[in-house]
Write a new protein. Sequence first.
Length: 157
Amino acid sequence: MATELLMTQEGYEALKKELNELKSVTRGEISEKIRVARGFGDLSENSEYDEAKNEQAVVEARIKKLEDQLKAVKIISKDQISTDKVTVGCRVKILDMEFDEEMEYVIASSVESHSDLDSISDESPVGKGLLGHKVGDVVEIHAPAETLRLKIMEIGI
């Protein structure tokens, strides 16, 4: 993974925690499932064994991905986050001009953005469209379902 991943310290710690959990707990649980499944007999017709081996492959792929991501992380501290323009790590208040509705989001790297409603990935159409813009800018974002007109009301930390 050659590209640099901008991330907050909290996001970095969360990835490290997930990696540690996968290595120290999940691997052992899967190994135990495989050991137990082997005891059921013929491996060619053993669905428990196949399922455990598939789970092991998924976990090992996730471990590899996390290790690669952690190697590429550049941690951004709060004092590095600009409030002059929208950047990763900032909190942005926007106005949906069609519905006259204000929303507030944290712009997070795609690696650390969460499925909660408080953050937007910097790689999502809205996140990508807001990056680099300043307070007062009206941004047109071409999302898959529609074109959004968003006015940047405030940028903070």
